[in-house]
Design a protein. Structure first.
Length: 210
C-alpha cells in the first residue's frame, strides 16, 4: 500500500510540469498591440478610398482584427492572414481633415490586445470655393474672371457666380475682374489654405478707371 502511494505521489510530481510545458508562456498572454499603416499613403481626396494595413508584429496567435474609423466602437472586423496581418480598403467619405483609426488584435481564444490608434487625412477636392458678387446689386456675377495669386490660376464664373480652386496648402489672395458694362474689380486680403475646405465670397466694385 505504501509503495502504491509513493508511486501515485511521484506521478503527480511529473504531471504538473508536463502540463505547463504544453501550454507555454505565450498562451497565457493577451495578443501584442497591433501596428496600423497606410500602404498607399496616409491621405485621400474626399469621396475616395484609402488602404489600411493591420500588423500583429509577428504574433501568429492573432486570427482577426477589430477596428473603427472616427470613434472607438471597433464595429468592423477583418480576418488575419497566417502571418498576423490584414488589409482593408475603406471609403473615406466627405468629412475633410484628419481621421483617426482604432484597432485591436484578437487571438483564437477571443482575447484582445491593447488598442492602437493611427490617422489619415481626407483632403477637399476643392479647397477654395465661393461666389463673385456685384456689390452694386448684391447679385452673382456671370462671366467674372477670378484669379488666384500667386498660383496664377483663373476661373470664369457661370450664372451662379461660383468659382472653385484646388491648390496646395499655402498663402493666397483673390483678384476678380468683370468687363461690364460697367467694369468691376475686387480683391481679397491674403489668407492661408490648408487641407480644409474654405468658402470665400469676393465682392466686385465699380472700377474707378471706367
Amino acid at each position: 500500500m505504501a509503495a502504491s502511494l509513493a508511486l501515485a505521489a511521484g506521478s503527480m510530481l511529473v504531471a504538473s510540469p508536463a502540463s505547463a510545458a504544453v501550454r507555454g508562456p505565450s498562451e497565457t498572454k493577451a495578443p501584442v498591440q497591433p501596428a496600423i499603416s497606410f500602404p498607399d499613403g496616409d491621405s485621400a481626396g474626399e469621396g475616395g478610398q484609402i488602404a489600411i494595413r493591420f500588423d500583429a508584429n509577428g504574433d501568429t496567435r492573432v486570427t482577426r482584427f477589430r477596428y473603427s474609423v472616427g470613434d472607438t466602437n471597433l464595429g468592423s472586423e477583418v480576418l488575419a492572414a497566417s502571418d498576423g496581418t490584414a488589409n482593408v480598403t475603406i471609403d473615406v467619405g466627405s468629412v475633410t481633415g484628419q481621421r483617426p483609426v482604432y484597432a485591436v488584435a484578437v487571438d483564437r481564444r477571443g482575447r484582445l490586445s491593447p488598442m492602437t490608434q493611427g490617422s489619415f487625412t481626407v483632403s477637399a477636392i476643392w479647397n477654395l470655393e465661393g461666389q463673385a458678387l456685384d456689390m452694386t446689386t448684391w447679385l452673382p456675377l456671370e462671366g467674372a474672371t477670378i484669379r488666384l495669386e500667386p498660383a496664377g490660376i483663373e476661373f470664369v464664373t457661370g450664372p451662379d457666380g461660383a468659382f472653385r480652386f484646388a491648390v496646395d496648402p499655402g498663402l493666397y489672395n483673390l483678384v476678380g475682374t468683370y468687363a461690364g458694362p460697367p467694369s468691376l474689380y475686387g480683391s481679397s486680403q491674403q489668407f492661408e489654405l490648408d487641407h480644409q475646405k474654405w468658402h470665400f465670397d469676393l465682392y466686385l466694385y465699380p472700377d474707378s478707371g471706367s
